[in-house]
Design a protein around this ligand. Sequence first.
Ligand SMILES: [Zn+2]
Ligand SMILES: [Zn+2]
Length: 209
Amino acid sequence: MKIDLHIHTSPLSACSYIDPQELIQEARRLQLDGICLTEHQVVWDPDEVDKLAAEAGISIFRGNEFTTNQGDILVFGFYEDIKELLIIQDLREKVTAADGYMIVAHPFRGFKTFGIGQLQLTVEQACKRKVLEFVDAVEIGNGKLSPEENNMARKVAEKLGLPGTGGSDAHRVDEVGTWVTVFEKEIESEIELVQELHAGRFRAVKQDR
Ligand SMILES: [Zn+2]
Ligand SMILES: [Zn+2]
């Protein structure tokens, strides 16, 4: 089952231009089986998602992208709105209490442009990033990142033995589906999504649009 795990829509994510109805049409055109709505610091109302999904013909699940002191974290299975910047330890405690799942989003975004690249950041050094101690998985395929940035994330995840997810991080409709997470089983609910994440029965796949 092919799911784009990381999408922002308008108006809940102010930085996104994606209308939810257009998103559904595009996801169907791309033959995705499901999409996850991962807005910044805000979770969709479950009734509204049910309404959307009823007509969509594809699965729609909720997530959240939290900004923490250690960067952005995709969270599944924990559906609270928290607006302020979170300390990673605090988020981990809350998500663990809810039996939720945490994925570090785009962990090496900008590692070349911000100069770390010139310092020849090695995979070993990259593995020491503090955020990696607090997450269940690493986003190894993010549609907004360069292949080098994604490759670094993949190598780090492999070295640490963490599973890797894929998601487009789309903010425009023509960005949807560039990376997806392919799950081994059919997933029919958010509970099952979190179960399959915890079970590690998935892999990140890059897709042509
Ligand atoms: Zn982000
Ligand atoms: Zn994002």
